[in-house]
Design a protein around this ligand. Structure first.
Ligand code: ADP
Ligand code: MG
Length: 218
């Protein structure tokens, strides 16, 4: 961590913290995800390191750029580019009901499609596509991020059978307890498109509360 200067904490998740930092080397800002791995089981630790492996192998203009990672004092640190424009969910909420132009929506949508094509082309499922995991940079580019629960498939036919994700983006197959597959990512992408067009979640909060769209129990 000596190479980085803490600016502020920008998020806290189940994994740990997201911290905005300044690099002493190049003077640029980065986001560091700090994941406490000391108290984890060997399996959990392996899973955490997997996010690093997945991210480190990806380089695409529409995917949040990974810089480096290191382990220090019982924590795993993942350094990535800082997306100054925040996430798409915040952007949608800040519209206060004023719809985006069709050109804007198409521009963003195409960029997210390109990102997902790149990910799927590498036999990786993102598994947590949602407006909160799509980031905006200051030049108007959108980037897919948060590969925290992404899975690498050993073969195209191998499917990940896990039930995770935000209820708003859950595909029918997941609700029916069927395996997550690349189409489940596409379903979630469709939900994001709906959200960009209407500024509302595709699946209503009521439906989620009524249990019509509920994550299945493991
Ligand atoms: P989680 O979804 O598990 O909480 P995330 O990595 O998605 O973890 O991020 C946590 C918080 O940090 C969110 O508020 C997100 O908007 C912000 N964040 C994460 N990565 C970046 C980034 N590269 N640039 C800007 N903000 C980020
Ligand atoms: Mg996230």
């Amino acid at each position: 961590m000596d190479k980085y200067e803490n600016v502020k904490q920008i998020g806290e998740g189940s994994f740990g913290k997201a911290i905005l930092v300044n690099s002493k080397e190049d003077g640029r800002q980065y986001v560091i995800k700090e994941i406490g791995i000391a108290g984890m089981s060997a399996k959990e630790r392996r899973e955490s390191r997997k996010e690093v492996a997945v991210l480190a192998n990806m380089s695409h203009p529409n995917i949040v750029q990974y810089k480096e990672s290191f382990e220090e004092g019982g924590c795993l640190y993942i350094v990535m580019d800082y997306c100054e424009g925040g996430d798409l969910f915040k952007k949608i909420n800040s519209q206060r009901g004023v719809l985006f132009s069709e050109d804007q929506i198409l521009d963003w949508f195409v960029q997210i499609c390109l990102a997902l094509k790149h990910v799927h082309g590498r036999k990786i499922l993102h598994r947590d596509i949602k407006s909160q995991n799509i980031f905006l940079t200051k030049d108007g580019t959108v980037q897919l991020g948060d590969f925290g629960i992404a899975r690498v498939l050993n073969s195209t036919v191998e499917l990940a059978r896990t039930c995770i994700g935000t209820p708003y983006y859950l595909s029918p197959e997941i609700c029916e307890n069927k395996p997550y597959n690349n189409k489940s990512d596409i379903w979630a992408l469709g939900c994001v498109l709906y959200e960009m067009c209407t500024l509302k979640h595709a699946v209503s909060t009521k439906a989620v509360h009524d249990g019509l769209f509920a994550p299945c129990a493991e």
